[in-house]
Write a protein that binds this ligand. Structure first.
Ligand code: GDP
Ligand code: GDP
Length: 434
């Protein structure tokens, strides 16, 4: 379970340079909002073994200073609403600017850890110059150089130490479902249809964070927690803000769940933004059910569903072993099926295969199709086991793990999926030295 760290500051101070350094080769998801603002980036990283999500709030507006300032305000408000810690970046080259002072004013009132990072401190002279940032009234600052990485370790040590410990009590071990998707896909309608008129809520369990709440439901004979990011339903007329909020909410909800119910508007399809959310769930190793909603609006012939499904699976490759349920919240079509499927995926994700069963099945398979020799060396897999982790991970012990390549990994993953039901669940396959 990880926290969210937001990077704010005016353009050109080095936010994205710092962000890219943190994320390195890990993929970031990009919220490309056409024209108006610069891309906003989200990514996952870890420091000292603590994982967290980083958001470069971007927000580069081409236009007058007025628009500019409004944009920065929004950026900071977002960070204040959604992040667990905020890195406020300023630029020693430019010195303290009016805009820095405005941002500092907003941040001084914030009840969350704020870290002032003075960037572009490439030499000793600049180290001295950095002292003027005391005037921002945010206390101690960190001097860093995002391009070389100097000083960033100390900053990250402090950030990580300030992140809340998010140990959830797994009290009843109920499945935790998160309903995610783009605005207008039908998420609220779906949740309302679950709640029903006589409200099936049993209890509200407040999460350790201010704005994340688990609500326990008992519906269709299933008991589960709905992970919702309550609060923040900001009214906004600006479309890209709505989109951004919804992605932020998705990020947080996904972090806290076992299974994501990804609600897709059938009339809009499986576009880039939906795919971003899908891969975010996959990278977080969460169970996934794709719900194609508003199916009532789609003109259907006898093959429509099959073709639609095939089209989606093409977008999901190579992770295609995912249930896709065609629903209509409006006509209550297959809403029960959606929950039933989510429960099934939860069970698949919790599946533990006994070591003896796994070896009995897999050693003969490996014998028949051993990993191909690499540089004249033969890889011998001796045995395998499922690791005792919250999501399925399999270790294959062998003499030369570094010689096993991706195609063979995929071969084993596919076999695992054939032999056991892991539908909707990302699985990891590792090779370890024995
Ligand atoms: P953003 O608009 O805040 O995301 O800023 P960018 O990351 O795009 O950086 C703006 C400019 O500052 C780029 O030309 C960077 O190469 C430069 N820059 C970033 N970090 C440093 C640094 O540590 N030292 C120096 N000298 N330049 C930097
Ligand atoms: P959210 O932004 O994802 O929470 O989406 P809402 O639940 O607010 O739904 C957006 C719009 O889609 C509303 O006007 C709903 O009435 C409509 N809607 C939701 N589900 C369905 C459905 O199954 N069929 C049709 N035709 N409309 C739906």
């Amino acid at each position: 379970m990880s926290s969210i760290v937001a990077i704010v500051g005016r353009p050109n101070v080095g936010k994205s340079t710092f962000f890219n350094r943190l994320i390195q080769r890990r993929e970031a998801i990009v919220d490309a909002v056409s024209g108006v603002t610069r891309d906003r980036h989200y990514g996952k990283t870890d420091w000292n073994g603590r994982e967290f999500s980083v958001i470069d709030t971007g927000g580069y507006v081409l236009g007058s200073d007025d628009i500019f300032e409004a944009e920065i305000d929004k950026q900071v408000e977002l960070a204040i609403d959604e992040a667990d810690a905020i890195i406020f970046m300023v630029d020693v080259e430019a010195g303290v600017t009016g805009m820095d002072e405005d941002v500092a004013k907003l941040l001084r009132r914030v009840d969350k850890p704020v870290f002032l990072a003075v960037n572009k401190v490439d030499n000793g002279k600049r180290e001295e110059n950095a002292v003027e940032f005391y005037s921002l009234g945010l206390g101690d600052y960190f001097t860093i150089a995002s391009t070389s990485g100097s000083g960033t370790g100390d900053l990250l040590d402090a950030v990580v130490a300030a992140l809340p410990e998010k140990e959830y009590k797994e009290e009843a071990e109920l499945p935790r479902f998160a309903v995610v998707g783009r605005p207008n896909a039908g998420k609220s309608s779906f949740i309302n249809s679950l709640i029903g008129e006589d409200r099936y809520i049993v209890t509200d369990i407040a999460g350790t964070t201010r704005d994340s709440i688990d609500t326990k439901y008992n519906r269709f004979g299933f008991e589960f927690n709905l992970v919702d990011t309550a609060g923040i339903r900001r009214k906004t007329k600006v479309k890209e803000d709505l989109e951004f909020y919804s992605v932020m909410r998705s990020v947080r909800a996904i972090e806290h769940c076992d299974v994501c119910l990804l609600v897709v508007d059938a009339t809009r399809g499986f576009d880039g933004q939906v795919q971003n959310i899908f891969w975010l769930a996959e990278r977080n190793r969460k169970g996934i059910v794709v719900l194609i909603n508003k199916w009532d609006l789609v003109e259907k012939e006898n093959k429509t569903m099959k073709e639609y499904e095939k089209h989606i699976k093409e977008q999901l490759a190579p992770f295609t072993d995912v249930p896709i349920v065609f629903i209509s919240v409006l006509t209550k079509q297959r809403v029960f099926k959606a929950i039933e499927t989510a429960v099934q995926v939860y069970e698949n994700r919790s599946r533990r295969v006994k070591t003896s069963e796994l070896n009995d099945l897999f050693l003969p398979i490996i014998q028949n199709y051993p990993p191909p020799a690499y540089k004249g060396k033969y890889v011998k897999i001796k045995y395998c086991m499922q690791l005792p982790t919250p999501h399925p991970q399999f270790a294959f012990f062998c003499n030369l793990p570094q010689y096993v390549k991706d195609p063979y990994k995929r071969f084993l993953e596919n076999k695992l999926r054939e032999e056991f039901d892991f539908k909707g669940v990302p699985i990891s396959v590792y090779f370890r030295k024995k």
